[in-house]
Design a protein around this ligand. Structure first.
Ligand code: ADP
Ligand code: MG
Length: 453
């Protein structure tokens, strides 16, 4: 046997690097943090330049207020921020950032250079930082008012993360673009543009807006004027307050408050999108429904309601060490236990706490059940005696069965098949979320809001 290795503290540089990986999680967060900083600096023009989808370079330039010389040192130090001084300021923050962690983390994870010219400065400055956020070079650099943050080789200080980042760069990029599109839409009056250059190839435009004060125009700039279907990525993003305001919806209202189940029968089916979603219309409202999630929920609820689990007889009846109260709850709810595949023999003449013996357990290929599932059912039934319920692991089993039974994303559906899925939504108890909690549908837009010009 080898002697155990001594436990030692990780050196502080490595700790900072590892922790930084928790602030800047991916390409999307890196770009988002930089764009937020530019918006916080009052920029009306933000240019994002990517090389190799951001793996090689991310550069965000703005025409915001710039950074004053006396703040150069603090820019990239952990927990340095110009946005709050003490706790009471937290209540008043109106900007995106306030933790002072983004630039510090980016330094720990990549090579960072910042070019800035404060509105009060005569000439700009170029600052190069090391991985602990210290300035290693400081030179004059003429430029107009504003700031450019240049990030090279994101994550290269974390070799494993870096490999994974490069391997999944297309996915990271796609997610980042979605996030950026959301910022483009809600940032009224700010012109945002992003380009990407792959290798020595031509720069291609990723997204560009005109700085319009209207959300609708921003949506048009991001997704193209005439395609409705292109509004779909927009609704998949968490709705921002400004968006909700313009569209007259309340983000905190769950769909069940806004809509009733009767609406499903009245919906007109417009078609299928991306082999994964059904687009349906009710009066002038367009909805997008996730075909897999909704079928999964229907199948799940059907399994929950109707499945009688097969029990398997035990060779020897098993004693359960129940308290007198729990024993009573069990005896009074035997039917519910039976539907879940648990069966017992009850000996009324035996002493209390020894009246019940387990004789049968539910079985399924990949799942084994036992006394802890009985305890859980007793617990649920003590709250709602007589109400049909399932142990959480049976629920999980149904959820995974329902998933496997349901139409997959990527399956083409004809109108009848789509109609069937939507009709089912009106027949189940809770059509709004899949068994795992993801929403089954979203309101896309009210057609009244789209002008026909
Ligand atoms: P936070 O945004 O939480 O304050 P950051 O690490 O993102 O923390 O930024 C640190 C500080 O650097 C900010 O508080 C701000 O003063 C300054 N800063 C960062 N980016 C810019 C920018 N584009 N323009 C002007 N100042 C900036
Ligand atoms: Mg910030």
């Amino acid at each position: 046997l080898e002697p155990a290795k001594a436990i030692r503290a990780i050196d502080s540089k490595s700790v900072h690097r590892i922790c930084s990986g928790q602030v800047v999680l991916n390409l999307g967060t890196a770009v988002k943090e930089l764009v937020e900083n530019s918006l916080d600096a009052g920029a009306t023009n933000i240019d994002i330049k990517l090389k190799d989808y951001g793996a090689e370079l991310i550069e965000v330039s703005d025409n915001g207020c710039g950074v004053e010389e006396e703040n150069f040192e603090g820019l990239t130090l952990k927990h340095h921020t110009s946005k709050i001084q003490d706790f009471s300021d937290l209540i008043r923050v109106e900007t995106f950032g306030f933790r002072g962690e983004a630039l510090s983390s980016l330094c720990a994870l990549s090579d960072v250079t910042i070019f800035t010219c404060h509105k009060s400065a005569k000439v700009g400055t170029r600052l190069v930082f090391d991985h602990s956020g210290k300035i290693t070079q400081k030179t004059h650099f003429p430029r107009p008012q504003g700031t450019t943050v240049n990030i090279q080789q994101l994550f290269y200080t974390l070799p494993v993360r870096h490999k994974e980042f490069q391997r999944n760069i297309k996915k990271e990029y796609a997610k980042m673009v979605q996030l950026l599109q959301a910022y483009c839409i809600v940032s009224k009056g700010v012109r945002i543009s992003c380009t990407n250059q792959v290798g020595q190839g031509k720069k291609s435009s990723v997204v560009s807006t005109t700085g319009s004060p209207s959300l609708k125009e921003n949506i048009g700039a991001v997704f193209g004027q005439k395609q409705l279907q292109s509004l779909i990525p927009f609704v998949q993003l968490p709705p921002n307050e400004a968006v909700c305001e313009e569209y007259g919806v309340n983000a905190t209202d769950m769909p069940q408050n806004l809509y009733s189940k009767e609406m499903f029968a009245k919906m007109e089916i417009i078609g299928q999108f991306n082999l994964g979603f059904i687009i349906a219309k009710l009066n002038s409202d367009l909805f997008i429904i996730d075909q897999h999630a909704t079928d999964e929920k229907y199948n799940f609820e059907m399994l929950q309601q109707h499945t009688v689990l097969q029990g398997q007889k035990l060779i020897v009846p098993q004693n359960l060490n129940l308290t007198a109260v729990n024993e009573n709850i069990l005896i009074e709810n035997l039917e519910i236990f039976r539907k879940n595949g648990f069966d017992f023999i009850i000996n009324e003449n035996a002493p209390v706490t020894q009246r019940v013996k387990l004789v049968s357990l539910p079985t399924s290929k990949n799942w084994t059940f036992g006394p802890q599932d009985i305890d859980e059912l007793i617990f649920m039934l003590s709250d709602c005696p007589g109400v049909m319920c399932r142990p959480s692991r049976v629920r999980q089993m149904f959820a995974s069965r329902a998933c496997r039974k349901s139409v997959m994303i990527g399956t083409a559906l004809n109108v009848q098949e789509m109609r069937k899925l939507i009709t089912h939504m009106g027949e189940i108890e809770h059509p709004w979320n899949c068994p795992h909690g993801r929403p089954t549908m979203r309101h896309i837009i009210s057609l009244d809001l789209i002008s026909t010009e």
